[in-house]
Design a protein around this ligand. Structure first.
Ligand SMILES: NC(=O)c1ccc[n+]([C@@H]2O[C@H](COP(=O)([O-])OP(=O)(O)OC[C@H]3O[C@@H](n4cnc5c(N)ncnc54)[C@H](OP(=O)(O)O)[C@@H]3O)[C@@H](O)[C@H]2O)c1
Length: 451
């Protein structure tokens, strides 16, 4: 990797013939993203294209989607020069060619050098932490945005917290006699008045029996195996992994240690977020840290508690809910336990898992992809006791249908603001979208519930 970022050579210089390029469009999630863009292009006229290593697969995909006229770009992740040529053609590159731990760096480098913004769905926090350190400043200098973890993990929670914190800060400011408390856009404690944030996800799947491939795609399972093989695997359980300033990171770990413990809140049993309760927290803390840096104040983190609503706590059904939450927490603790094993052992476990887990192209289909509704609620509490909340409602399988729609819409938003981006650097999904971009996500089925 080199810090060869050149200034963004302008989306209006005649060189870029595309707004959005979908790399990995032939994969399970990539296809869903391409489907969303095909539908949206008919309405918006966005210039988009698909990219991948197989020309035949790309052509077949476009035919199946009924858009054979859409351009395709043949590029292999191993070919840095071809990646950069592809990046120079577009305002935004959506990278769906995961697992990302060993591949995203080259694509991000190509985008930063080529003046395109980059978005992916990585949940591989150790590798994202390396990207934050390597690419935040070069991306700023190049005038582009690098946005990772931009799917169900962690976009809805990140945005819900941003809205709740900004509402809490406003409530606090109107209550404060000097009118100075709080600032619009505070994240969890970004130097503002918010001291505690809780995030609760409720998901209502379609009523039918579901197997492993109805829940997660092969690419996601292979990504978990890659995290285990990562040299920095321990960072997977670090809530401060994406806060590079070590003093601020220590404050995050002290104030808001990662907890996967089941809890009972307002008569409901909460377990850790599924499939992993340790992916969102580092992102949410980074949002707060970036906001604090923007405001020129020290990052003073809030205590964050995230959970998945498993069911009512009242007996007898509450016992089953508690059992499910405990099992989910135990499984996730076991995964984090594996990240602490010596490297050669982890490498063997990772390669065994990669062999036995389902591979590329598998994932939920049909009713299991579309028959879901879900919501993410964030509650923020300020130092002076003011409270505010925000609820985002979503439709479709959170990890795939909704994720694909959300990442496509993030791509459209970033393309629309490519000439004059409000923020640049290695951003979180919430800061890439911003409060002002949230209404556009309605096209992805993600809607802020009215009070
Ligand atoms: N955070 C979230 O909420 C979330 C949600 C969904 C997915 N994800 C992540 O998204 C990623 C993709 O998942 P998936 O199930 O869609 O994966 P997948 O079906 O395995 O697709 C992988 C894609 O990468 C392409 N690819 C692989 N190696 C390549 C190379 N050398 N050059 C060019 N292209 C290459 C594949 O091309 P071929 O078709 O030619 O093999 C395919 O298009 C995973 O990392 C998963 O964890 C995250």
């Amino acid at each position: 990797m080199s810090d060869g970022a050149s200034p963004r050579d302008g989306a209006s210089d005649g060189v870029r013939d595309l707004d959005v390029l979908v790399l990995g469009a032939t994969g399970f999630t990539g296809r869903l993203v391409a489907q969303q863009l095909a539908e949206r292009a008919a309405l918006t006229g966005v210039r988009w294209a698909v990219a991948g290593r197989s020309p035949d697969k790309l052509a077949m995909l476009l035919t199946q989607l009924g858009v054979p006229h859409v351009p395709s770009v043949v590029v292999d992740l191993q070919d840095g020069a071809a990646l950069e040529r592809a990046a120079r053609r577009t305002r935004v590159l959506l990278d769906l060619a995961g697992p990302y731990s060993t591949t995203a760096d080259a694509v991000i480098e190509a985008c930063v050098r080529g003046g395109a913004s980059y978005v992916d769905l990585s949940g591989e926090i150790p590798a994202v932490a390396r990207s934050v350190r390597a690419w935040h400043e070069p991306a700023r200098r190049a005038g582009v945005r690098v946005v990772q973890v931009s799917g169900y993990e962690a976009l809805p929670a990140d945005l819900a917290v941003l809205v709740a914190c900004s509402r809490a800060a406003r409530t606090d400011a109107s209550a404060a006699s000097d009118g100075t408390a709080g600032a619009l856009g505070d994240g969890p404690g970004a130097g503002g008045p918010v001291v505690a944030v809780s995030v609760t996800t409720t998901a209502r799947p379609p009523r039918r029996r579901m197997g492993l491939s109805d829940a997660v795609s092969g690419g996601t399972l292979q990504s978990i195996a890659e995290v285990l093989a990562d040299d920095d695997a321990r960072a997977a359980g670090d809530p401060a992994a994406l806060v590079p300033d070590e003093r601020a990171a220590r404050r995050v770990r002290r104030t808001s240690p990662l907890s996967l413990r089941p809890r009972v809140v307002r008569g409901r049993v909460l377990g850790p977020l599924v499939p992993a309760g340790f992916i969102d927290p580092p992102v949410l803390h980074r949002t707060a840290a970036l906001l604090a840096a923007e405001r020129g104040v020290p990052h003073s983190p809030a205590a964050l508690a995230e959970g998945m609503d498993i069911g009512p706590a009242r007996l007898p059904v509450g016992a089953l809910a508690l059992l499910a939450a405990t099992a989910s927490a135990a499984l996730q603790r076991a995964v984090l336990g594996l990240t602490r094993l010596p490297s050669p052992v982890r490498a063997r476990v990772a390669s065994a898992l990669a062999r036995v887990l389902p591979g590329s192209g598998t994932g939920p289909r049909g009713e299991v992809l579309d028959g879901w509704t879900w919501s993410v609620r964030a509650d923020a509490l300020t130092r002076s006791g003011a409270r505010a909340s925000a609820v985002l409602d979503g439709v479709g399988h959170p990890g795939y249908r909704a994720t694909a729609r959300m990442v496509a819409e993030v791509g459209l938003l970033l393309a629309a603001s490519a000439d004059d981006p409000p923020r640049t650097g290695h951003l979180t999904p919430a800061l890439a979208v911003g409060l002002e971009g949230l209404p556009a996500l309605a096209a992805a089925g993600l809607v802020l519930r009215e009070d």
